[in-house]
Write a protein that binds this ligand. Sequence first.
Ligand code: ACO
Length: 451
Amino acid sequence: PKDVGIKAIEIYFPAQYVEQTELEQFDGVSAGKYTIGLGQSRMGFCNDREDINSLCLTVVHRLMDRYDIKPEDIGRLEVGTETIIDKSKSVKSVLMQLFEPYDCTDMEGADTTNACYGGTAALLNAVSWIESSAWDGRLALVVAGDNAVYSPGSARPTGGAGAVAMLIGPDAPLIIDRGVRASCMKHVYDFYKPNLKSEYPIVDGKLSVQCYLNALDTCYQTYCKKVKNKYNCDVTLNSFDAFLFHSPYCKLVQKSFARLAFIDFLNTSKEEVFEKHPELTQFHDIKVEDTYFNKDIEKVFVNLSKPDFLQKTQPSLMIANQVGNMYTPSVYTGLVSLLINKPIKELAGTKVGVFSYGSGLCSTMYSLTITKECNEKSDLMKIVSSLSYIKKELNARQKISPEDYTKVLEWREQNCHTVPFSPQSSIKNMFPGSYYLVQVDEKYRRTYNRV
Ligand code: ACO
């Protein structure tokens, strides 16, 4: 099969949010810390009506409806998530409720977990299946979903919630480039969830940022090497028309973009640096691993790369800024944001870099080639126009005060393992077509309904 990639994409986020300016006041931190310092405007969250199963049911149902996908068209379905409500039963098995009534049970795939990386792992699995001898001609569905919540403190404003579903197959308008994927996988305790009684992770914030940047550097250098070996051409930021990053908070993404500019600079010969940027020669001999928290380098390269950042990455941060870190869907919300924020003529025929990171750690950099076909009847046009509701939906959400948000989280803490459990939140404001939790019975079995 040729041109394997993303044929359709759908997103779902909860219908309520907290305003980060209000959260700054409520938390007693200085004004601007979350909005300017972290680059976040609003944070979406789930009340007790939603869990990982309902988020994924909603997004898959939406995708199937919007693209008129028949259950029998799907031969593989898998879910990437780090929101674990059952140590054995997969979210994928819950999603089978959407296929079983049509006698469609011949479907490979299960859940994949490693922090924010599970969605990418699932995507790469789906691509491999289609390129393998096991492929039977049907399409794959990849779902990434999470409810990202942190205990009170400095990490709390970097939460979020939602899900993305993608249809994977040949002859796709968003093609995943072959033979140049680059990964960096290591063992580290930067962010992890060892306490199975709690939804909250244990986080070493500073270490997690360092690990993220180290993984980024390593993946970029490996990606450049692989392209050089395969096509004998030098990759720099100029090789990409857009660059998507996993977004824990938007400010880190701007710093990450600057980091790639810094690595390009380190890869430039000394003579050229002397000629073009004599004022920067002092940074040329520096070891990249000594620079994660070097403020001088950060400042210089954030400024230098700013015009490029605004052009290539800023358009992909809309949902990350408005909903927060959704964990596994984060980098794919970047793709959705890019598709709705750039005119289709500017998207057609372009190259998009993608960096996916999950603490612990797993990370991969790959690239997408967007098809040149962009007329009214093209698949690209279909994807772009089907996402046109998003800005309206972001604005239609209900604002909840930090006090009430905190109560919702405390209530979730209390009832994390309570059975039987009946949710109390109203379903009145949920978006049409959303699934909600009806109850958890005394044997921990969950039932859902649809608004
Ligand atoms: N106005 C403007 N900027 C401000 C203000 C203000 N009033 N106050 C602070 N800032 C800036 C700081 O200078 C800092 O900027 P810098 O990073 O450029 O130096 C920024 O706001 C954040 O302030 P810090 O004091 O560094 O924040 P803190 O240490 O309290 O928390 C952290 C930040 C560590 C990211 C925390 O939110 C966290 O642990 N989040 C979860 C972990 C995470 O997301 N890690 C990223 C990769 S792993 C993953 O994806 C989960």
